[in-house]
Design a protein around this ligand. Structure first.
Ligand SMILES: Nc1ncnc2c1ncn2[C@@H]1O[C@H](COP(=O)(O)OP(=O)(O)OP(=O)(O)O)[C@@H](O)[C@H]1O
Length: 297
């Protein structure tokens, strides 16, 4: 069997007594879009630095297409990277920078690159020192998406993009996936992760708390159910998976449901239910469930 595009095995980074990344084992396959989530300080950047060979693991390995990330020259032939803070050569124009990156990177589809310049509406005739944060991100994103690198590592790549450009970003991720490229996306934009990712890894104090598809994550978490009924109120108090039953106006009830819905449906079937609505949690709600008051450390 061929190597996964990205494999971390027991990847660990300690800074003195602090374990920033703790025994991270993960495979990301070709054509997969993987969302890497966690609150500030959870260890995302440290993981990415080890994947890029910028930081040396205390233990374990990161491999890109089977090549140890520490073998930077070989590994970087298989990846393109967009950092959270894009720094560009200030005197060069957008066009000159894209040309330079195409010559030094892992191989670029120039026709597709020019199409992306149009779609991201980037004025490449201007020098980079006149670019806003969002425009600098566009340059780096265009350069990365236009490569045929098997792995795209994107570290919070859209924080400076407006909603129209966010749409273009999502479309470009979709096209990368169609071409069989793997996208490793660290992001705090949970709606974006929900929209584009096949699987999501949730990092907490350096450890992977969960790796699952968004639908699988939803199934593990609470859905909000609202029912309308006539006559006697449905009896839900002792039903497995049901929590926090409360009145939601006249003849209406609301409750949280975790796990299999069958027991709740049986209890509701005994009452005269006239309407039923189930709202699944958003990734944002799931994320907040994991982190409660929001501290990842
Ligand atoms: N060079 C370093 N020396 C000492 N501690 C470090 C170093 N780099 C990171 N850390 C610590 O490791 C932990 C993980 O940091 P990291 O930057 O990887 O988190 P993150 O998930 O990327 O956070 P953010 O979302 O804020 O970027 C933090 O507690 C941080 O203070």
């Amino acid at each position: 069997m061929s190597d996964p595009v990205l494999r971390t095995s027991h990847l660990t980074k300690r800074y003195g007594r602090l374990t920033a990344v703790d025994d991270l084992t993960l495979d990301v396959a070709a054509g997969e879009v993987f969302g890497f989530l966690g609150p500030n300080g959870a260890g995302k950047s440290t993981t990415i630095r080890m994947i890029l060979g910028l930081a040396r693991p205390t233990a374990g390995t990161a491999r890109i297409a089977g090549i140890d990330a520490a073998d930077v020259a070989r590994a970087h032939r298989h990846l393109a990277y967009v950092p959270a803070d894009v720094a560009l050569w200030p005197q060069l124009t957008g066009a000159e920078i894209l040309h330079l990156l195409a010559r030094t990177g892992p191989g670029t589809d120039l026709t597709y690159r020019d199409e992306l310049v149009d779609r991201f509406d980037l004025d490449v005739s201007r020098p980079a020192h006149t670019y806003s944060t969002g425009n600098r991100q566009k340059v780096a994103l265009i350069a990365a998406f236009a490569t045929r690198a098997p792995l795209l590592v994107l570290d919070e790549p859209t924080s400076g993009l407006d909603p129209l450009m966010e749409q273009q970003f999502r479309a470009a991720v979709g096209q990368a996936r169609e071409r069989g490229q793997t996208v490793f996306l660290s992001s705090h934009q949970l709606a974006e992760v929900e929209a584009v990712c096949d699987r999501v890894g949730i990092l907490r104090t350096g450890r992977l708390a969960e790796v699952a598809s968004v639908p699988q994550l939803r199934a593990l978490h609470r859905a909000e159910v609202t029912v309308a009924y006539r006559g006697a109120r449905p009896e839900l108090a002792a039903v497995p998976g049901v929590d926090g039953v409360e009145a939601a106006g006249d003849g209406r009830l609301r409750f949280a449901l975790t796990g299999a819905p069958a027991p709740a449906l049986r209890a509701l079937a005994a009452a005269d239910v006239t309407a039923l609505a189930v709202r699944e949690p958003s990734l944002e709600e799931i994320f907040l469930d994991y982190y409660g008051t929001g501290n990842g450390r």
